[in-house]
Ligand binder design. Structure first.
Ligand SMILES: [Zn+2]
Ligand SMILES: [Zn+2]
Length: 250
């Protein structure tokens, strides 16, 4: 399983961090996770063939996680005139309504007669896609949000918190995973409701007994060179501070 960081930033603009975006590859399949501003350009920078993306997973509808979606659909329609299969967009409750609003705004700019777009809302459930087991659980954020866990056919697993405060569900979702990609928005001493601080992210990783903690959704004032060392005080496993473009193999 491979995780590619497309965007490890937040709503606050940062020169080296796009808004949320990740690419998960496992057993030849490619999942796009989040579609924050900058995602489409980063996919192009990596030479990603959009035809290979058949599933997009969204954690919630804040702009920094969602707003490249119309641009991606537009690119899929006009940038790839030939041969793409159907697309499924996964997200929390409200996805259908949000998608209707996007559709109302952009209509035939994003509609293609060449492929179908399916919308699936998730809460607390588990399902299989292309031989990957996907599990979702509601997270604790200022808007309805879910986290995802991907258990690949190769036995490797990745849990992703999206935006969340530390909560029992993220511990449950990540339990025993090879890696946890975790909200690490704020420095200790400067918390933000619905998000996690560095020590809180590390404490979740410890409680969930994951092997590797990947810190992401990093606000500029938490973006320090000793971020990994600060998290490592609270978690004994491997700690990686995400950087845009980084490739992590599990
Ligand atoms: Zn966010
Ligand atoms: Zn958010």
């Amino acid at each position: 399983m491979e995780l590619r960081i497309l965007g490890s930033g937040t709503s606050t603009p940062a020169p080296d961090r796009n808004c949320a975006g990740y690419l998960v590859r496992t057993t030849g399949k490619m999942f796009l996770v989040e579609a924050g501003p900058g995602t489409l350009r980063h996919l192009a920078k990596l030479g990603t063939d959009l035809k290979e993306i058949h599933h997009i997973f969204i954690t919630h509808f804040h702009i920094d996680h969602f707003n490249d979606l119309p641009a991606i659909l537009f690119a899929m329609k006009y940038g790839l005139p030939e041969g793409r299969g159907d697309l499924t967009i996964h997200g929390p409750e409200g996805l259908k309504e949000n998608f209707r609003a996007i559709h109302q705004a952009y209509g035939n700019q994003i509609d293609s007669e060449k492929y179908d777009v399916k919308i699936i809302e998730h809460g607390d459930n588990s399902y299989e896609i292309e031989s990957v087991k996907v599990t979702t659980l509601p997270m604790e954020h200022s808007a309805p949000a879910i986290g995802y866990r991907f258990d690949g056919a190769n036995g490797k697993s990745l849990a992703y918190s999206g935006d969340t405060a530390p909560c029992s569900n993220i511990i449950k979702l990540a339990m025993g995973a090879d890696a946890l990609l975790m909200d690490c928005s704020r420095p200790d001493g400067s918390p933000l409701p619905g998000h996690s601080t560095t020590s809180e992210a590390a404490a979740v990783a410890k409680k969930a007994e994951v092997k590797t903690l990947i810190l992401t959704h990093i606000y500029p004032d938490n973006d320090t060179t000793d971020l990994e060392a600060r998290a490592a005080k609270f978690f004994d496993g491997i700690v990686i501070a995400a950087r845009d473009g980084m490739r992590i193999t599990l």
